[in-house]
Design a protein around this ligand. Structure first.
Ligand code: ARG
Length: 565
């Protein structure tokens, strides 16, 4: 059962008080404050609209709020805010109610909403790069959060498994057959084929013929293509497993899947007069852009744009999506604006469905330039992850000299992968960030490791206390640091809703980081194991709820939270 956050209950109470003062239909915002537990605004704006003195109106509202066993005090603050303080009992009741619920009181506001999330999207026979890493990590965090809030999520790994580049690759393999190749070998073949395509016009012609053969379903050609896709998917799955990301081959619906729908898309747009021929190509123009969306190229071939239109129509029409998310590099923002605009005009995207390009910035090297190998090549994702886990092993081993073998490996994996993910997610997604393995594995600071240690420390406190899930004694008085912790804990559900409203997982990172700091302040000032009676019970309850909140929050970010580190 969802437990409404204290701020939500207060908002209702202030609305009722405003109504007593003659102000209706205002949803006051309740925020945490330096000067009281919470502060309500909303009075100010209404006073302006009603030409009433804001402080006088705030005083009326404060007077109309019933103080007693829940609300300790309500008073006017500043130009027309209302300060609100809760009783210790109200805070402890809230703690007890949330602790009693396995979902920590978080509701399911997403239930009944279907979201299609398009993420990861690596390209067949090509190395995954850090851009794919970002898409995968951000997409995974959004999927987990939406599902946790009760939403129906359909994952779509929009693999780059189609296009003219397969012509040269398949042609090269047909002319130089070899047994099913590993991903590393495929990359080499790709490079050789590309060089030959550029240097040898006769080969380039045969490669173009091969594209036609592939598109018309020639069996031998399709068989080679299938092998390339299968091998690449094996490799992608290895990366997803290493990352602990919930993407399986069943979620992969690549560009090729929409091939048959492309001529229909073009026809429909052309017949409706939405797409027009320009320089031989079929284009949809938009008033906000000088470059059009190219639905069909002048050589008659379809590309990326037509595929995205077909995918969109299918996701809305057949999958009945209420919301479409595309977790893709910010450099593709014009593409998505054009796709959404064309789909809206075609009637495939109606006002009841939201479509959002969840854009993200670039990963930079320590020199501030795009993150690449020294020779300018793409960094293999698997190598990058292996390096992070190796570094994490050193960090973990230094803290636990007794830990060896599989146990050490397991924790190094949790810490190393967690560090990579947290560093990515903690930065506002639209910003670029510098990939710095030393900084992201720091034990203090805004890192995944810091949060994992905070969580493990709480588990060890609870293990030493030897208590099962604790009771709360709502009659015991609270220390200021305990009050602060209860209030921070109570912001969890709202934070998750904000993540979903903005598609910004960094809000959850920031929340968890602050929570860990508030916990540290509490633990410094309020002895837990040495306390007795109801004080001890309540403090253990606080440890429980903080530990569970950190665990749930990290899990929603896709980060492991082991009990011991
Ligand atoms: N495969 C593309 C790339 O690597 C990204 C695809 C993004 N998704 C989409 N529906 N267009 O750049």
């Amino acid at each position: 059962m969802a437990v409404p956050p204290l701020a939500a209950s207060l908002s209702d109470a202030v609305s009722a008080a405003l109504a007593t003062a003659g102000v209706f239909e205002v949803a006051p915002r309740i925020r945490r404050s330096q000067h009281a537990d919470f502060q309500a605004d909303g009075v100010l704006a209404s006073a302006g609209a009603l030409r009433r003195d804001p402080r006088a109106l705030a005083a009326e509202v404060a007077a109309a709020l019933p103080t007693g066993d829940r609300l300790a005090a309500a008073s006017v603050a500043g130009p027309g805010f209302v300060n609100l303080d809760l009783t210790d009992g109200a805070l402890l009741d809230q703690l007890a109610a949330r602790l009693a619920d396995p979902r920590l009181g978080v509701g399911t506001p997403e239930s009944g909403v279907t979201t299609v999330v398009d993420y990861s999207q690596p390209n067949v026979a090509k190395e995954m790069h850090v851009g794919h890493l970002r898409s995968t990590i951000i997409g995974d965090a959004l999927v987990r959060t939406l599902e946790h809030l009760g939403g129906d999520v359909i994952r779509r790994n929009h693999l780059g498994d189609w296009g003219t580049q397969f012509g040269m690759l398949i042609q090269r393999l047909v002319e130089h057959p070899e047994p099913p190749a590993s991903m590393g070998r495929l990359l080499e073949i790709y490079r050789t084929a590309q060089a030959q395509f550029e240097a040898d016009p006769a080969f380039a012609d045969r490669a173009r013929q091969r594209v036609v053969a592939l598109q018309s379903g020639d069996r031998a050609t399709v068989a080679v293509w299938r092998e390339l896709v299968d091998e690449s998917e094996r490799y992608f799955t290895e990366v997803y497993d290493r990352l602990g990301v919930r993407l399986t081959p069943a979620d992969a619906v690549g560009e090729s899947a929409y091939n048959a729908a492309l001529p229909g898309i073009a026809d429909e747009l052309e017949r409706a007069g939405i797409a027009v021929i320009s320089d031989g190509a079929l284009c949809v123009f938009a008033d906000f852009s000088s470059t059009p969306l190219i639905v069909r190229k002048s050589d008659g071939g379809f590309g990326y744009a037509a595929t995205d239109l077909a995918a969109l129509r299918q996701r809305v029409g057949d999958l009945h999506a209420d919301r479409l998310l595309y977790v893709v590099d910010a450099r593709q923002s014009l593409h998505f604006r054009l796709v959404f605009a064309a789909a809206t005009r075609a009637g495939w995207l109606q006002a009841t469905v939201s479509a959002t390009h969840v854009a993200f910035g670039s990963v930079l090297g320590r020199d501030g330039r795009p993150f690449r190998t020294r020779s300018g090549g793409t960094i293999r994702l698997i190598d990058l992850l292996t390096d992070a886990v190796d570094r994490a092993r050193t960090v973990v081993a230094a803290k636990n000299p007794d830990l060896t073998g599989a146990a050490l490996d397991e924790r190094a994996q949790a810490v190393g992968i967690g560090a990579v993910k947290y560093a990515d997610l903690a930065t506002g997604r639209s910003r670029d960030y510098v990939y710095d393995p030393d900084r992201m594995l720091a034990l203090t600071g805004d890192t995944g490791v810091y949060l994992q240690y905070a969580h493990a420390r709480i588990r060890s406190i609870l293990a030493r206390a030897g208590s099962a899930r604790t009771q709360v004694d709502a009659t015991a008085p609270l220390h200021a640091a305990e009050r602060a912790l209860i209030l921070d804990l109570d912001g969890f559900a709202e934070t998750l809703s904000e993540v979903v409203a903005s598609y910004e997982p960094h809000r959850l990172c920031a929340y968890l980081h602050r929570l860990a700091q508030t916990f540290t302040a509490f633990y410094d000032q309020c002895p837990v194991l040495r306390a007795t009676g109801p004080t001890r019970t309540n403090r253990l309850a606080l440890c429980h709820l903080t530990g569970d909140t950190l665990h749930t929050g990290l899990t929603l970010l896709g980060i492991e939270a082991p009990d011991q580190l």
